[in-house]
Design a protein around this ligand. Structure first.
Ligand SMILES: Nc1ncnc2c1ncn2[C@@H]1O[C@H](COP(=O)(O)OP(=O)(O)OP(=O)(O)O)[C@@H](O)[C@H]1O
Length: 243
């Protein structure tokens, strides 16, 4: 079997009294799109921060294509592209300038035109970041995560708060990533059902189920992933979370 793109074993992380992630183990195969699904506070962001090496686990191990993100930072930075919630970018710079800046960080960056096409921002190339709509800013943050041709991409809260058209455009961009391994954090069931090969369901820091979206629906005898989520966690997503 080929080496997993991401392998996390027995991750544990607490903030003071709060155990954010408890004994989380997951593996993502090369080329797979894995969804990390859970209600607010389930531990999704902490899990991906541990995987990306942005936080150190209290216990447990992470490997990204065989590399430890804590000890082999440079190697992991080359392999991994991360789009995080609420990326803060310099508002006065244009889309083209921001892409140029990020491209300068990598030895073999994707061409700017390819990135603009991928996230459908060609017409906004000369627009300042602060003038972009929320959806356009989100799309730019995805393009920036892809500049260095990462083999593994982490996308956090991809389309939260965006209108249906903007969401569909972003989904098309993710579907165009044919070779990359993607770890997608979401609480939007439609997004996960459309994009993900497999889902890991987190609740209160623990994995409560995992499998293909259709498999989780079948396993719970429900009619949709949303109903399966409720059956497996005992929680309803609030309208805000489901947005
Ligand atoms: N820096 C921090 N300091 C203290 N507690 C934190 C910190 N970050 C997260 N937490 C707590 O850890 C738990 C897990 O948070 P986390 O952000 O990982 O969840 P999440 O699933 O990403 O939630 P959301 O959907 O709201 O982004 C929550 O109880 C949260 O309040």
């Amino acid at each position: 079997m080929s080496q997993p793109a991401i392998e996390a074993k027995n991750l544990y992380k607490r903030y003071g009294e709060v155990v954010a992630v408890e004994d989380v183990s997951l593996s993502v195969a090369p080329g797979e799109v894995l969804g990390l699904l859970g209600a607010n506070g389930a531990g999704k962001t902490t899990t991906i921060e541990l995987i990306a090496g942005l936080r150190k686990p209290d216990r447990g191990t992470v490997r990204v294509l065989g590399h430890d993100p804590q000890r082999e930072r440079a190697a992991v930075r080359r392999l991994l592209g991360v789009q995080l919630q609420e990326a803060t970018l310099h508002g006065a710079l244009t889309v083209a300038e921001l892409l140029g800046l990020y491209r300068s960080f990598y030895p073999d960056p994707r061409p700017a035109a390819e990135l603009l096409d991928l996230v459908d921002l060609r017409e906004q190339a000369k627009t300042r970041f602060e003038r972009l709509s929320g959806g356009q800013q989100q799309r730019l943050s995805i393009a920036l995560a892809l500049v260095g041709r990462p083999r593994v991409v982490i996308l956090d809260e991809l389309t939260t708060g965006l209108d249906p058209r903007a969401r569909r455009r972003i989904w098309a961009g993710v579907e165009a990533l044919a070779d990359e391994t993607v770890l997608l954090v979401s609480h939007a069931m439609d997004e996960v059902e459309r994009l993900c090969d497999r889902v890991v369901l987190l609740d209160a820091g623990r994995i409560v189920a995992q499998g293909a979206p259709a498999g989780l629906v079948a396993q719970t005898g429900t009619g949709s992933l949303e109903e399966a989520f409720v059956a497996l966690t005992g929680r309803e997503l609030t309208p805000e979370e489901a947005a």
